[in-house]
Design a protein around this ligand. Sequence first.
Ligand SMILES: NC(=O)c1ccc[n+]([C@@H]2O[C@H](COP(=O)([O-])OP(=O)(O)OC[C@H]3O[C@@H](n4cnc5c(N)ncnc54)[C@H](O)[C@@H]3O)[C@@H](O)[C@H]2O)c1
Ligand SMILES: [Zn+2]
Length: 400
Amino acid sequence: MSPWTFHSAGSLIFGRGTVEQLGAVVDRLRAKRVFVVTDEILVAAKLADAVTAPLVGKTVEVFTGCKPEPPLEIIRQAVAAAREFKPDVVIGLGGGSNMDTAKLVALVLAHGGEPTDYVGDCKVPGPVLPLICVPTTAGTGSEVFSLDVSTTTEKKIKVSCLSPYLRPAVALVDPLLTMGCPKTVTADSGIDALTHAIEAFTAIDQATFLKRPPGGETVYQGKNPMADLMAAEAITLVSRFLRRAVADGKDLAAREGMALAATLGGLAFANAGVALVHAMEYPVGGAVHVSHGAGNGLLLPYVMRYNMSVRSQEFANIALFMDAAEIAADDSVNAPRAIEAVENLRADIGIPTRLRDLGVTEAMLPGFAEKAFSIKRLMRVNPRFPASADEILGIYRMAY
Ligand SMILES: NC(=O)c1ccc[n+]([C@@H]2O[C@H](COP(=O)([O-])OP(=O)(O)OC[C@H]3O[C@@H](n4cnc5c(N)ncnc54)[C@H](O)[C@@H]3O)[C@@H](O)[C@H]2O)c1
Ligand SMILES: [Zn+2]
């Protein structure tokens, strides 16, 4: 086994009602001026109140302008408001979109410049403002991760900053905050969590990963035993609870199961990495209106089919985690059942199955394939390698 390390948020607080600990959490960070980054929907849902109520004795400003799949313009507005306020801690409250916006606020306030100055791997020069992430969806795992994703309107593609310095100081995961999450967001973010766990669990092993181009400093490492454990549990939990959470948002056990699944999936991919599904979703999400989770959920079984020949043992295990296979059966029998299990789940929760249904045209596919092919940091994690631009185009055509 090659050596490995494991990273998380500075501390992880999980459980019902833990949002009430936020005052103490902020005190431990020795902070007095708290900038909360969120959106109008979460204000109306009283979740912003739930976060600010425990901040007794602190000066608090709430930025409510966040939007899903954060456009650069909104990030700039959040940064401008924070510059004016001069916080000593930033809280990201919401789904991945708001938590990612908060990360960029904490980054730009610490180091200046423009959010786009830090796009790429390990471009952040040092620690950012202390950051607390409080998810209200169960999916992205952004609360324990070191990545920030935003959409550039100029290039019509999502870009990301990956840096160890973007890991939040504190991840506070209170499943009660996800109870009002709408059906579609629950489904989309839930299948994103599954995608994280499956891509981490089937990632290339670390020794091979390190030999692959482009090399250089990166926060990903390829598959490792700790990430495997987290991914396996995340897949099991999603398979057990996602249908329930979508069918009945008030099913607390299902919400709690999904909150844990999302955080564990985040921990798995934050260390192992995500791969071809995410690389292929970025151009789609930049070009047509689809959430990150739904785009991933749509593409996931197609990419699994492409990768199956080199990861049959892992696929067979995924089928077992999802209760879709017999323990006694051969890997070659069980591996395809993982794909069927994902397809069944995707259908049951209403994720689209064809790119054409999202407004993608056939003429867009070659451009998507070129863009996905160029995201080398994700390709490098994929178990089947190198995926050529032609092969990627082939997968898009199947998904079309
Ligand atoms: N940084 C990372 O590690 C990472 C990983 C995966 C995805 N992402 C990014 O995260 C984004 C997607 O995040 P998401 O799936 O969490 O959704 P989201 O943050 O885009 O939220 C979608 C909508 O749901 C609403 N919402 C969220 N929680 C709610 C609640 N409890 N009650 C009522 N409404 C609620 C929000 O107001 C928003 O309008 C994408 O931009 C994606 O690229 C980031
Ligand atoms: Zn994702």
